[in-house]
Design a protein around this ligand. Structure first.
Ligand code: ADP
Ligand code: MG
Length: 311
């Protein structure tokens, strides 16, 4: 049974108009993307890839040039109000009105979404983002981390189905990063909220996301479950520094052996097909001792590099 999608993008294009200082820029070149409901979905790509452009189109902050955007089943052009109510976006930039207190900022935001007072859970959101103590402080007195938490609160105040975080952990300290991730996981597990996050930290996407789309220069170049993307990179290496001469060593079947100039033996093998024990055996059989062993695992960085090179 096909899963329902939280977001559907069809042939989405964005060209920023030329200005006196810069030529026109085609930031999205026809993006097709489905993001399933209930997932934690990673949008991964280098700086300038088009991630924020895509997010800001979803948020209604940037006007698309052409294409179709559907949020929680609502076409953005035909049902602008419902599609906007279905999504909350924590933007990359720390744009906060310095004259509002966190409590007032959340209240105003809820008002913008037309939420009746009785349905607003300002106190609950303040608790969630850990700003109860600062509820009456002026925003300009808040630290960078607190401002970011307030932005998360503003994205959540209308209780959207889809929460989008644009580079939520770029430049934040470890404590805030952990707090953000804990919140994101809880919102996903307890409320079934669909989470979309952009990042250029590969470990972060690997750790957090069920599914990942990789975007580069305005084009989606890969999209799969995180483990499938990693499985594409099944190659692993064992780097062995032998004790004494190692000419007698031969690689087991299906394994390639490279002899480095420093004397190290680099065995490359498929994780699915060969166990490292077979490689160690080949040294034992040749009567060669082992001074040091290291393994090299692929990570998303490798997937990313190989995909962007082939694209
Ligand atoms: P990312 O978030 O992946 O780093 P962006 O969506 O911010 O990428 O940018 C994609 C491209 O569009 C970049 O080349 C960027 O310089 C350009 N761009 C982004 N915003 C604007 C804008 N407001 N005006 C003109 N060009 C822009
Ligand atoms: Mg960005």
């Amino acid at each position: 049974m096909p899963r329902e999608n939280a977001i559907e993008l069809r042939n989405l294009r964005k060209t920023y108009a030329a200005t006196a200082r810069s030529p026109a820029k085609e930031a999205l070149k026809g993006v097709d993307l489905d993001i399933p409901r209930g997932s934690i979905f990673g949008l991964l790509g280098p700086n300038g890839a088009g991630k924020s452009t895509m997010i800001n189109i979803l948020a209604g902050l940037v006007t698309k040039t052409s294409g179709q955007v559907t949020i929680w089943g609502f076409d953005q052009d035909k049902n602008p109000r419902q599609s906007r109510a279905s999504i909350g976006v924590m933007p990359q930039e720390l744009n906060i009105d310095p004259f509002f207190t966190p409590r007032a900022a959340l209240d105003v935001q809820a008002g913008l979404y037309g939420m009746p007072k009785s349905q607003r859970d300002v106190e609950g959101v303040l608790r969630l983002i850990g700003l109860e103590d600062k509820a009456e402080a002026y925003a300009r007195t808040l630290s960078g981390g607190m401002r970011r938490r307030l932005l998360l609160g503003k994205a959540l105040i209308h209780n959207p189905h889809v929460l989008v975080l644009d580079e939520p952990t770029a430049g934040v300290d470890i404590e805030l990063r952990q707090m953000l991730w804990a919140n994101v996981r809880r919102l996903n597990e307890e409320r079934g909220m669909t989470i979309i996050l952009t990042t250029h930290y590969l470990e972060e996407a690997e750790e957090m996301c069920d599914e990942i789309a990789i975007i580069n220069q305005g084009v989606v170049i890969a999209r799969d479950r995180t483990e499938n993307l990693l499985a594409q990179m099944d190659q692993k290496s064992l780097v062995i520094l032998p004790e004494g001469p190692s000419d007698a060593v031969t690689a087991p079947q299906g394994v390639t052996l490279e002899r480095r100039s420093d004397g190290a033996l680099v065995f490359s093998y498929s994780r699915a097909k060969t166990s490292p024990a077979a490689i160690l055996d080949s040294l034992r059989v040749a009567g060669v001792g082992i001074r040091d062993v290291k393994t090299q695992e692929p990570d998303l960085q490798d997937v990313f590099v190989s995909l962007t090179q082939s694209a």
